[in-house]
Design a protein around this ligand. Structure first.
Ligand code: SF4
Length: 428
Protein backbone atom coordinates (compact mmCIF):
# COMPACT_ATOMS: atom_id res chain seq x y z
CA UNK A 1 0.00 0.00 0.00
CA UNK A 2 1.43 3.39 -0.98
CA UNK A 3 -0.59 5.84 1.08
CA UNK A 4 -0.09 9.54 0.39
CA UNK A 5 2.72 10.31 2.87
CA UNK A 6 2.65 13.17 5.41
CA UNK A 7 4.96 16.00 4.36
CA UNK A 8 7.67 17.54 6.58
CA UNK A 9 6.45 17.09 10.18
CA UNK A 10 8.15 19.83 12.27
CA UNK A 11 11.04 18.72 14.45
CA UNK A 12 11.36 15.39 12.62
CA UNK A 13 14.65 14.06 11.25
CA UNK A 14 17.06 16.96 10.71
CA UNK A 15 14.36 19.67 10.41
CA UNK A 16 15.95 21.67 13.24
CA UNK A 17 19.44 20.15 13.15
CA UNK A 18 22.51 22.35 13.62
CA UNK A 19 24.54 23.09 10.49
CA UNK A 20 28.27 23.72 10.17
CA UNK A 21 28.66 26.92 8.10
CA UNK A 22 31.95 27.28 6.24
CA UNK A 23 33.05 30.24 4.14
CA UNK A 24 36.48 29.43 2.75
CA UNK A 25 38.01 28.31 -0.50
CA UNK A 26 35.61 26.30 -2.70
CA UNK A 27 36.13 23.68 -5.37
CA UNK A 28 33.15 23.82 -7.71
CA UNK A 29 32.35 24.11 -11.41
CA UNK A 30 30.74 27.25 -12.78
CA UNK A 31 27.21 27.75 -14.11
CA UNK A 32 28.25 27.32 -17.74
CA UNK A 33 28.05 23.57 -17.11
CA UNK A 34 24.24 23.74 -17.13
CA UNK A 35 24.36 24.39 -20.89
CA UNK A 36 25.34 20.75 -21.34
CA UNK A 37 21.89 19.50 -20.29
CA UNK A 38 19.84 22.62 -21.09
CA UNK A 39 20.76 22.68 -24.79
CA UNK A 40 19.38 19.15 -25.14
CA UNK A 41 16.18 20.15 -23.36
CA UNK A 42 15.11 23.34 -25.17
CA UNK A 43 15.52 22.09 -28.69
CA UNK A 44 15.33 25.33 -30.66
CA UNK A 45 17.56 27.33 -28.31
CA UNK A 46 21.21 28.28 -28.75
CA UNK A 47 23.60 29.20 -25.93
CA UNK A 48 26.26 31.75 -26.84
CA UNK A 49 28.78 32.08 -24.03
CA UNK A 50 30.50 35.43 -24.01
CA UNK A 51 33.73 34.35 -22.41
CA UNK A 52 37.34 33.28 -22.70
CA UNK A 53 39.14 30.30 -24.20
CA UNK A 54 38.94 28.70 -20.74
CA UNK A 55 35.13 28.89 -20.90
CA UNK A 56 35.19 27.34 -24.39
CA UNK A 57 37.44 24.51 -23.19
CA UNK A 58 35.24 23.85 -20.17
CA UNK A 59 32.14 23.55 -22.34
CA UNK A 60 33.77 21.38 -24.96
CA UNK A 61 35.26 18.97 -22.47
CA UNK A 62 32.04 18.76 -20.44
CA UNK A 63 29.76 18.28 -23.45
CA UNK A 64 32.11 16.48 -25.82
CA UNK A 65 32.77 17.87 -29.29
CA UNK A 66 29.84 17.26 -31.61
CA UNK A 67 31.17 16.29 -35.00
CA UNK A 68 28.06 15.21 -36.85
CA UNK A 69 25.39 17.49 -35.43
CA UNK A 70 25.26 21.27 -35.66
CA UNK A 71 26.09 22.30 -32.09
CA UNK A 72 23.64 24.46 -30.18
CA UNK A 73 26.20 26.22 -28.02
CA UNK A 74 29.36 28.17 -28.74
CA UNK A 75 31.68 30.68 -27.17
CA UNK A 76 32.23 34.22 -28.43
CA UNK A 77 35.81 34.64 -27.26
CA UNK A 78 36.70 37.87 -25.53
CA UNK A 79 40.26 38.54 -26.67
CA UNK A 80 42.92 40.25 -24.60
CA UNK A 81 42.44 43.53 -26.47
CA UNK A 82 38.74 43.45 -25.43
CA UNK A 83 39.78 42.90 -21.83
CA UNK A 84 42.05 45.91 -22.11
CA UNK A 85 39.04 47.92 -23.34
CA UNK A 86 40.63 48.54 -26.76
CA UNK A 87 37.76 47.26 -28.83
CA UNK A 88 34.07 47.89 -28.57
CA UNK A 89 32.89 44.52 -27.27
CA UNK A 90 29.27 45.40 -28.00
CA UNK A 91 29.93 46.01 -31.70
CA UNK A 92 31.84 42.76 -31.89
CA UNK A 93 29.04 40.91 -30.09
CA UNK A 94 26.40 42.31 -32.48
CA UNK A 95 28.51 41.14 -35.42
CA UNK A 96 28.90 37.60 -34.00
CA UNK A 97 25.18 37.30 -33.18
CA UNK A 98 24.12 38.58 -36.62
CA UNK A 99 26.38 36.09 -38.37
CA UNK A 100 25.15 33.24 -36.17
CA UNK A 101 21.46 33.99 -36.76
CA UNK A 102 21.98 34.34 -40.51
CA UNK A 103 23.74 30.97 -40.63
CA UNK A 104 21.30 29.16 -38.33
CA UNK A 105 17.62 29.82 -39.16
CA UNK A 106 16.66 26.96 -36.78
CA UNK A 107 17.51 29.14 -33.74
CA UNK A 108 14.37 30.63 -32.21
CA UNK A 109 15.77 31.52 -28.79
CA UNK A 110 19.30 32.75 -28.20
CA UNK A 111 20.79 32.98 -24.72
CA UNK A 112 23.76 35.31 -24.26
CA UNK A 113 25.50 33.61 -21.36
CA UNK A 114 27.74 35.77 -19.19
CA UNK A 115 31.03 34.48 -17.78
CA UNK A 116 33.76 35.66 -15.41
CA UNK A 117 35.55 37.63 -18.19
CA UNK A 118 32.35 39.33 -19.41
CA UNK A 119 31.60 40.31 -15.80
CA UNK A 120 35.15 41.57 -15.28
CA UNK A 121 34.90 43.95 -18.26
CA UNK A 122 31.34 44.80 -17.17
CA UNK A 123 29.80 43.91 -20.50
CA UNK A 124 26.07 44.49 -19.99
CA UNK A 125 24.56 41.41 -21.62
CA UNK A 126 21.06 42.24 -20.40
CA UNK A 127 21.09 45.44 -22.45
CA UNK A 128 22.80 43.69 -25.34
CA UNK A 129 20.00 41.07 -25.32
CA UNK A 130 17.33 43.79 -25.31
CA UNK A 131 19.04 45.60 -28.19
CA UNK A 132 19.50 42.43 -30.26
CA UNK A 133 15.99 41.16 -29.45
CA UNK A 134 14.55 44.29 -31.05
CA UNK A 135 16.74 43.83 -34.10
CA UNK A 136 15.73 40.20 -34.64
CA UNK A 137 12.09 40.26 -33.47
CA UNK A 138 9.84 38.43 -34.04
CA UNK A 139 11.95 35.60 -35.53
CA UNK A 140 14.45 35.17 -32.72
CA UNK A 141 14.09 36.01 -29.06
CA UNK A 142 17.30 36.93 -27.24
CA UNK A 143 17.76 36.63 -23.48
CA UNK A 144 20.74 36.75 -21.16
CA UNK A 145 21.87 35.17 -17.91
CA UNK A 146 25.11 34.69 -16.05
CA UNK A 147 26.97 31.38 -15.85
CA UNK A 148 29.97 32.98 -14.17
CA UNK A 149 31.88 30.99 -11.61
CA UNK A 150 32.35 33.94 -9.27
CA UNK A 151 30.49 33.02 -6.07
CA UNK A 152 28.22 30.42 -7.65
CA UNK A 153 27.99 26.68 -8.05
CA UNK A 154 27.33 24.85 -11.29
CA UNK A 155 23.62 24.08 -10.95
CA UNK A 156 22.89 27.79 -10.50
CA UNK A 157 23.39 28.07 -14.26
CA UNK A 158 20.06 26.28 -14.76
CA UNK A 159 18.39 28.46 -12.14
CA UNK A 160 19.64 31.63 -13.85
CA UNK A 161 18.60 30.36 -17.28
CA UNK A 162 15.06 29.44 -16.17
CA UNK A 163 14.73 32.68 -14.22
CA UNK A 164 15.47 34.62 -17.43
CA UNK A 165 12.52 32.86 -19.10
CA UNK A 166 9.95 33.67 -16.37
CA UNK A 167 9.11 37.25 -17.49
CA UNK A 168 8.17 35.89 -20.94
CA UNK A 169 5.70 33.31 -19.60
CA UNK A 170 2.09 34.14 -20.47
CA UNK A 171 -0.37 35.11 -17.73
CA UNK A 172 -2.67 32.30 -16.62
CA UNK A 173 -6.28 33.48 -16.29
CA UNK A 174 -7.14 34.19 -12.64
CA UNK A 175 -10.34 32.10 -12.88
CA UNK A 176 -8.60 29.13 -14.56
CA UNK A 177 -8.85 25.70 -12.94
CA UNK A 178 -5.73 24.88 -10.90
CA UNK A 179 -2.85 23.66 -13.02
CA UNK A 180 0.37 21.90 -12.07
CA UNK A 181 3.72 23.31 -13.18
CA UNK A 182 6.70 20.96 -12.84
CA UNK A 183 9.85 23.09 -12.68
CA UNK A 184 13.37 21.90 -13.47
CA UNK A 185 14.96 20.28 -16.53
CA UNK A 186 14.18 16.57 -16.62
CA UNK A 187 15.27 14.02 -19.19
CA UNK A 188 12.51 13.48 -21.76
CA UNK A 189 12.11 9.84 -20.81
CA UNK A 190 11.49 10.89 -17.19
CA UNK A 191 9.09 13.67 -18.20
CA UNK A 192 7.06 11.17 -20.25
CA UNK A 193 6.86 8.77 -17.29
CA UNK A 194 5.60 11.58 -15.03
CA UNK A 195 3.03 12.64 -17.63
CA UNK A 196 1.61 9.10 -17.55
CA UNK A 197 1.58 8.99 -13.73
CA UNK A 198 -0.16 12.38 -13.43
CA UNK A 199 -2.72 11.22 -16.01
CA UNK A 200 -3.35 8.05 -13.96
CA UNK A 201 -3.91 10.28 -10.92
CA UNK A 202 -6.43 12.31 -12.90
CA UNK A 203 -4.25 15.47 -12.87
CA UNK A 204 -4.40 16.54 -16.49
CA UNK A 205 -3.52 20.24 -16.46
CA UNK A 206 0.22 19.59 -16.13
CA UNK A 207 2.98 21.62 -17.79
CA UNK A 208 6.75 21.30 -17.63
CA UNK A 209 9.24 24.14 -17.39
CA UNK A 210 11.54 24.49 -19.26
CA UNK A 211 9.51 23.40 -22.29
CA UNK A 212 10.99 21.45 -25.19
CA UNK A 213 10.30 24.32 -27.60
CA UNK A 214 10.84 27.96 -26.77
CA UNK A 215 7.42 29.07 -28.12
CA UNK A 216 5.68 26.68 -25.73
CA UNK A 217 6.31 28.55 -22.47
CA UNK A 218 3.65 27.51 -19.94
CA UNK A 219 1.31 30.13 -18.46
CA UNK A 220 1.68 31.14 -14.80
CA UNK A 221 -0.62 32.89 -12.34
CA UNK A 222 -2.59 32.41 -9.11
CA UNK A 223 -4.07 29.12 -10.37
CA UNK A 224 -0.58 27.63 -10.86
CA UNK A 225 0.67 25.01 -8.37
CA UNK A 226 4.43 24.77 -8.46
CA UNK A 227 6.17 21.43 -8.00
CA UNK A 228 9.96 21.69 -8.03
CA UNK A 229 11.76 18.76 -9.65
CA UNK A 230 15.21 20.08 -8.70
CA UNK A 231 16.38 21.55 -5.39
CA UNK A 232 18.56 24.28 -6.90
CA UNK A 233 15.94 26.62 -8.39
CA UNK A 234 15.65 29.24 -5.66
CA UNK A 235 15.50 32.29 -7.93
CA UNK A 236 13.20 30.69 -10.52
CA UNK A 237 10.76 29.63 -7.78
CA UNK A 238 10.88 33.10 -6.23
CA UNK A 239 9.97 34.72 -9.55
CA UNK A 240 7.19 32.22 -10.25
CA UNK A 241 5.74 32.76 -6.77
CA UNK A 242 5.91 36.51 -7.42
CA UNK A 243 3.75 35.87 -10.50
CA UNK A 244 1.15 34.27 -8.21
CA UNK A 245 2.08 30.57 -8.29
CA UNK A 246 1.87 28.53 -5.08
CA UNK A 247 4.78 26.22 -4.31
CA UNK A 248 3.88 22.75 -3.04
CA UNK A 249 5.98 21.46 -0.17
CA UNK A 250 7.42 18.09 -1.22
CA UNK A 251 10.56 15.99 -1.19
CA UNK A 252 12.32 15.65 -4.55
CA UNK A 253 11.54 12.72 -6.86
CA UNK A 254 14.77 10.83 -6.23
CA UNK A 255 14.34 7.21 -5.15
CA UNK A 256 11.04 5.46 -4.50
CA UNK A 257 10.21 7.29 -1.30
CA UNK A 258 11.05 10.73 -2.74
CA UNK A 259 8.96 10.04 -5.85
CA UNK A 260 5.98 8.85 -3.78
CA UNK A 261 6.25 11.97 -1.59
CA UNK A 262 6.58 14.25 -4.63
CA UNK A 263 3.59 12.76 -6.44
CA UNK A 264 1.74 12.65 -3.11
CA UNK A 265 2.11 16.42 -2.67
CA UNK A 266 0.46 16.97 -6.05
CA UNK A 267 -2.21 14.33 -5.32
CA UNK A 268 -3.12 16.02 -2.03
CA UNK A 269 -3.35 19.44 -3.65
CA UNK A 270 -5.55 18.15 -6.46
CA UNK A 271 -7.83 16.11 -4.15
CA UNK A 272 -6.84 12.64 -5.42
CA UNK A 273 -8.13 9.98 -3.03
CA UNK A 274 -5.90 7.37 -1.38
CA UNK A 275 -7.28 4.43 -3.37
CA UNK A 276 -6.68 6.10 -6.72
CA UNK A 277 -3.22 7.23 -5.63
CA UNK A 278 -2.27 3.73 -4.60
CA UNK A 279 -3.66 2.14 -7.76
CA UNK A 280 -1.84 4.67 -9.97
CA UNK A 281 1.60 4.37 -8.46
CA UNK A 282 1.75 0.87 -6.92
CA UNK A 283 3.00 -1.05 -10.00
CA UNK A 284 5.86 1.38 -10.74
CA UNK A 285 6.76 1.76 -7.04
CA UNK A 286 6.86 -2.03 -6.54
CA UNK A 287 9.04 -2.53 -9.62
CA UNK A 288 11.41 0.17 -8.40
CA UNK A 289 11.67 -1.33 -4.91
CA UNK A 290 12.49 -4.74 -6.36
CA UNK A 291 15.11 -3.21 -8.69
CA UNK A 292 16.73 -1.39 -5.77
CA UNK A 293 17.27 -4.57 -3.78
CA UNK A 294 20.45 -5.58 -5.68
CA UNK A 295 22.19 -2.27 -5.08
CA UNK A 296 21.05 -2.23 -1.48
CA UNK A 297 22.80 -5.56 -0.89
CA UNK A 298 26.09 -4.01 -2.01
CA UNK A 299 25.65 -0.68 -0.27
CA UNK A 300 23.90 -1.31 3.07
CA UNK A 301 26.18 -0.42 5.97
CA UNK A 302 28.75 1.43 3.83
CA UNK A 303 29.71 5.02 4.75
CA UNK A 304 29.20 7.94 2.38
CA UNK A 305 30.55 11.51 2.47
CA UNK A 306 29.04 14.31 0.35
CA UNK A 307 31.14 17.35 -0.63
CA UNK A 308 29.05 20.43 -1.50
CA UNK A 309 28.71 20.66 -5.27
CA UNK A 310 25.44 19.97 -7.09
CA UNK A 311 22.87 21.08 -4.43
CA UNK A 312 21.34 17.62 -4.86
CA UNK A 313 23.26 16.39 -1.82
CA UNK A 314 20.45 16.46 0.75
CA UNK A 315 17.88 14.53 -1.34
CA UNK A 316 20.63 12.09 -2.36
CA UNK A 317 21.69 11.59 1.26
CA UNK A 318 18.07 10.92 2.24
CA UNK A 319 17.82 8.31 -0.52
CA UNK A 320 21.20 6.73 0.35
CA UNK A 321 20.34 6.46 4.05
CA UNK A 322 16.70 5.40 3.93
CA UNK A 323 16.51 3.27 0.80
CA UNK A 324 20.04 1.92 0.45
CA UNK A 325 20.93 1.59 4.14
CA UNK A 326 24.10 3.71 3.77
CA UNK A 327 25.53 5.60 6.74
CA UNK A 328 25.97 9.36 6.30
CA UNK A 329 29.36 10.65 7.45
CA UNK A 330 28.84 14.27 6.33
CA UNK A 331 26.33 15.87 4.01
CA UNK A 332 27.72 19.08 2.56
CA UNK A 333 25.69 21.39 0.34
CA UNK A 334 26.73 24.70 -1.28
CA UNK A 335 23.51 26.37 -0.07
CA UNK A 336 20.91 25.11 2.34
CA UNK A 337 17.59 26.48 1.15
CA UNK A 338 15.52 25.44 4.15
CA UNK A 339 12.02 26.23 2.75
CA UNK A 340 12.67 24.18 -0.40
CA UNK A 341 14.36 21.37 1.51
CA UNK A 342 12.03 21.21 4.51
CA UNK A 343 10.44 17.90 3.47
CA UNK A 344 13.89 16.42 2.77
CA UNK A 345 15.44 17.55 6.06
CA UNK A 346 12.54 16.01 7.97
CA UNK A 347 13.38 12.64 6.42
CA UNK A 348 17.14 12.65 7.11
CA UNK A 349 18.26 10.43 10.00
CA UNK A 350 18.47 12.48 13.24
CA UNK A 351 22.05 13.47 14.09
CA UNK A 352 23.26 13.68 10.47
CA UNK A 353 26.31 15.95 10.18
CA UNK A 354 25.19 18.79 7.87
CA UNK A 355 27.49 21.45 6.42
CA UNK A 356 26.79 24.44 4.19
CA UNK A 357 29.39 26.24 2.06
CA UNK A 358 32.98 25.08 1.98
CA UNK A 359 36.45 25.49 3.37
CA UNK A 360 37.94 22.85 1.16
CA UNK A 361 41.12 22.06 3.13
CA UNK A 362 39.24 21.62 6.39
CA UNK A 363 36.63 19.48 4.70
CA UNK A 364 39.28 17.34 3.02
CA UNK A 365 40.86 16.79 6.45
CA UNK A 366 37.51 15.62 7.85
CA UNK A 367 37.02 13.31 4.88
CA UNK A 368 40.52 11.82 5.15
CA UNK A 369 40.08 11.28 8.88
CA UNK A 370 36.72 9.55 8.38
CA UNK A 371 37.88 7.40 5.40
CA UNK A 372 34.35 6.89 4.01
CA UNK A 373 33.65 3.98 1.65
CA UNK A 374 32.32 6.42 -0.96
CA UNK A 375 32.86 10.15 -1.46
CA UNK A 376 30.55 12.16 -3.74
CA UNK A 377 32.42 15.24 -4.94
CA UNK A 378 33.36 17.46 -7.86
CA UNK A 379 35.82 16.40 -10.54
CA UNK A 380 38.61 18.51 -9.07
CA UNK A 381 38.63 16.57 -5.81
CA UNK A 382 37.91 13.11 -7.18
CA UNK A 383 41.32 12.30 -8.64
CA UNK A 384 43.38 13.29 -5.59
CA UNK A 385 41.02 11.36 -3.31
CA UNK A 386 41.14 8.30 -5.58
CA UNK A 387 44.94 8.49 -5.45
CA UNK A 388 44.67 8.39 -1.67
CA UNK A 389 42.66 5.16 -1.88
CA UNK A 390 39.15 6.59 -1.51
CA UNK A 391 36.34 5.56 -3.88
CA UNK A 392 34.61 8.59 -5.42
CA UNK A 393 31.57 9.46 -7.50
CA UNK A 394 31.50 12.65 -9.57
CA UNK A 395 28.49 14.63 -8.50
CA UNK A 396 28.15 16.15 -11.97
CA UNK A 397 27.27 12.70 -13.35
CA UNK A 398 24.06 12.87 -11.32
CA UNK A 399 22.98 15.81 -13.48
CA UNK A 400 23.95 14.25 -16.79
CA UNK A 401 22.14 10.97 -16.09
CA UNK A 402 18.35 10.53 -15.85
CA UNK A 403 17.91 9.77 -12.13
CA UNK A 404 14.44 11.07 -11.24
CA UNK A 405 11.36 8.94 -10.79
CA UNK A 406 10.55 5.30 -10.11
CA UNK A 407 12.06 3.75 -13.22
CA UNK A 408 15.41 5.46 -12.63
CA UNK A 409 15.73 4.71 -8.87
CA UNK A 410 17.84 1.60 -9.48
CA UNK A 411 20.08 3.48 -11.95
CA UNK A 412 20.67 6.11 -9.29
CA UNK A 413 21.59 3.41 -6.77
CA UNK A 414 23.94 1.83 -9.31
CA UNK A 415 25.77 5.15 -9.68
CA UNK A 416 26.67 4.81 -5.99
CA UNK A 417 27.42 1.07 -6.18
CA UNK A 418 29.67 1.14 -9.27
CA UNK A 419 32.73 2.87 -7.74
CA UNK A 420 32.67 0.41 -4.82
CA UNK A 421 32.40 -2.60 -7.12
CA UNK A 422 35.21 -1.27 -9.32
CA UNK A 423 37.46 -0.71 -6.31
CA UNK A 424 36.77 -4.19 -4.92
CA UNK A 425 37.65 -5.68 -8.34
CA UNK A 426 40.91 -3.72 -8.47
CA UNK A 427 41.86 -5.19 -5.10
CA UNK A 428 41.58 -8.82 -6.33
S1 SF4 B 1 32.82 31.31 -16.53
FE1 SF4 B 1 34.56 31.67 -15.18
S2 SF4 B 1 34.80 29.78 -14.01
FE2 SF4 B 1 33.51 29.31 -15.81
S3 SF4 B 1 34.96 28.55 -17.35
FE3 SF4 B 1 34.65 30.77 -17.71
S4 SF4 B 1 36.33 31.72 -16.57
FE4 SF4 B 1 36.17 29.63 -15.79
Amino acid sequence: MNAIPPIAPTGAGCADAPVLYERGQREVFCGLTGIVWLHRKIQDAFFLVVGSRTCAHLLQSAAGVMIFAEPRFATAIIEERDLAGLADANTELDRVVTRLIERRPDIKLLFLVGSCPSEVIKLDLFRAAERLSQAFAPTVKILSYSGSGIETTFTQGEDACLASLVPGMPEEAADAAPSLLVVGALAEVVEDQFVRLFAALGIDRVRFFPPRRSDDLPPVGPATRLLLAQPFLAETARLLEKRGATRLLAPFPLGVEGTIGWLGAAAKEFGVDEARFDAAIAPAAERARAALARAREKLAGTRIFFFPDSQLEIPLARFAARELGMRLVEVGTPYLHRPHLAAELALLPPGTMLSEGQDVDKQLDRCRAARPDLTVCGLGLANPLEAEGLATKWSIELLFTPVHGFEQAADLAELFARPLVRRSRLKV
